[in-house]
Design a binder for this molecule. Structure first.
Ligand code: NAP
Length: 461
């Protein structure tokens, strides 16, 4: 078995790694020691003489040169900030995040002689660095183990128990299989899930992810994420958690100790009440589409706005219109405002547009008001044009050559609006682009690995 220990400094990675390797009879590698051997000097001197960037480069080389096969590996605290390190560490390995509260870390680091990373007082430095690094640590690990309330022996015994038994009780496995069989998803999907939970496809250490929504029978996310997991040799399976009953759905997901959930209609708002932590973007949008679980806590993020912002990032400061005032429109308004665009929100139900406009400091109006505006960017965040609807929210004469038209609807990929806009000489961005980009960001929150966009586009074709 290959086990990787990661976490902030002071969480006891090296001490625990050394003891665990003895307990399991496996070789032990500490990436900081590997770096020191490569450089022929101590970490302190590498930082002082050559700077952090030189250290990071050595660290990357040390990680990619680790011998394959069974081992216990402890990494430096910053190693998982680099997606390339995470991809190299995660393949065919179980990654365990050791964590501890800030006070405990402060006590352990004080007087340890480790190089300081900033000029701030230590407690402030720890708080600041933990805040900045939290998503990276959360993403990189399969399991999280608290080291504040355990001594090093207890930490290692706890890890050994996880490695031999996993974290899912047999009764909860059977309950989840019954849930899938009754959930209305394709029986073939329910059967495949059963194979991973109780059969030969998975084992006690398989980690589960999934899409939580109603309906989610046709989501492309399971195909995408499962293809990525298998290509990267990550022992995980992504399922469809479909239910109208959100509490029941979460009970099942918790029972399976899920690592991550993609959240879709109609739960993106509802899930906010369930989170222990929401990042600033999810909090501002008022919705999360990504939840990561670690050490019993649920952390929420929003990647929809990233999927809208990225393809428009060259249009900083332009005038824009958002059609619609639902969940996707909120993510769109937030994304466009983050690009300093002047935004007008138009919606069939005008008072919903007004509410959204107030939140994001935008103008608003009914859909008919489009004719009085000449925006550089139009984002369709209504469901008009979504299969089987064959209408377009705008006519050809309302579109002008050079306009950028982004249709968030992605079924079909070539919507009536996209076809009309293309004929009118507009730059068009299909909803599949948002889907691919939000999924790429979500995969990073789930695994700490950045997958090239083209790989994702290819899998989704
Ligand atoms: P939502 O919260 O239900 O909002 C739907 C919006 O569409 C509302 O503003 C609604 O107006 C409007 N609308 C619906 N039917 C209409 C009609 N016949 N005429 C005029 N307006 C109408 O849905 P959502 O989650 O925001 O999703 C909106 C669209 O974005 C969907 O097509 C969804 O598939 C797409 N989406 C795409 C991605 C992606 O990755 N590409 C991600 C998320 C969503 P009222 O307020 O008047 O009801």
């Amino acid at each position: 078995m290959r086990v990787v220990l990661t976490g902030f400094r002071g969480t006891g990675k090296t001490e625990a790694g050394r003891l665990l390797s003895r307990l399991m009879g496996l070789p032990f590698y500490d990436t900081d020691t590997c770096v020191e051997e490569m450089a022929g000097k101590g970490i302190h001197d590498i930082f002082a003489d050559d700077g952090e960037e030189a250290f990071r480069e050595l660290e990357r080389s040390a990680i990619s040169a680790l011998p394959p096969g069974d081992a216990v590996i402890s990494t430096g605290g910053g190693a998982v900030l680099d997606s390339r390190n995470v991809a190299a560490l995660r393949g065919k390995a179980v990654v365990i995040l050791l964590h501890a509260d800030e006070k405990t870390l402060e006590k352990r680091i004080t007087g340890s002689g480790r190089p300081r990373l900033t000029d701030m007082p230590l407690d402030e430095e720890i708080r600041h660095m933990m805040e900045a690094r939290r998503p990276y640590y959360l993403a990189a690990a399969d399991y999280c183990v608290d080291t504040a309330s355990r001594n090093v022996n207890e930490v290692c015994l706890h890890i050994r128990r996880i490695l031999s038994e996993g974290t899912i009780l047999p009764g909860r496995r059977r309950e989840s299989v019954r849930f899938m069989q009754d959930s209305g998803i394709d029986p073939l999907d329910a059967r495949e899930f059963e194979e991973w939970v109780l059969g030969e496809s998975g084992d006690q250490l398989t980690r589960f992810y999934g899409i939580a929504g109603f309906p989610c029978t046709h989501s492309r996310s399971p195909h995408l994420f499962n293809t990525l997991f298998s290509g990267l040799h990550i022992n995980s399976y992504y399922a469809r958690f479909q239910s109208e009953d959100f509490d029941r759905l979460m009970h099942i997901a918790r029972g399976m100790d899920v690592r991550g959930l993609s959240v879709t209609i109609p739960f993106k708002h509802r899930v906010m009440d369930f989170l222990d932590f929401a990042d600033e973007h999810a909090a501002a949008i008022g919705a999360a589409n990504t939840v990561v679980f670690c050490g019993g806590s649920a952390y929420g993020f929003n990647t929809d706005w990233i999927g809208i912002r990225e393809p428009l990032s060259d249009l900083h400061g332009e005038g824009a219109v958002v059609l619609g005032a639902g969940g996707a429109a909120a993510a769109a308004a937030y994304a466009l405002r983050s690009l300093d665009m002047e935004v007008t929100i138009l919606n069939r139900t005008e008072n919903r547009a007004e509410v959204l406009a107030r939140r994001f400091d935008c103008a608003h109006g009914p859909l008919e008001a489009f004719d009085g505006l000449s925006p550089a960017v139009v984002v369709n965040a209504t469901s008009i044009g979504m299969h089987p609807d064959t209408r377009s929210p705008l006519r050809k004469d309302q579109l002008v050559r050079g306009m950028t038209v982004f249709d968030l609807v992605y079924t079909p990929p070539d919507t009536p609006l996209i076809r009309i806009a293309r004929n009118a000489g507009c730059r068009t961005i299909p909803g599949t682009e948002m889907f691919a980009r939000q999924a790429a960001a979500q995969f990073w929150y789930f695994t700490g690995i950045r997958v090239p966009l083209d790989t994702i586009r290819r899998i989704l074709q």
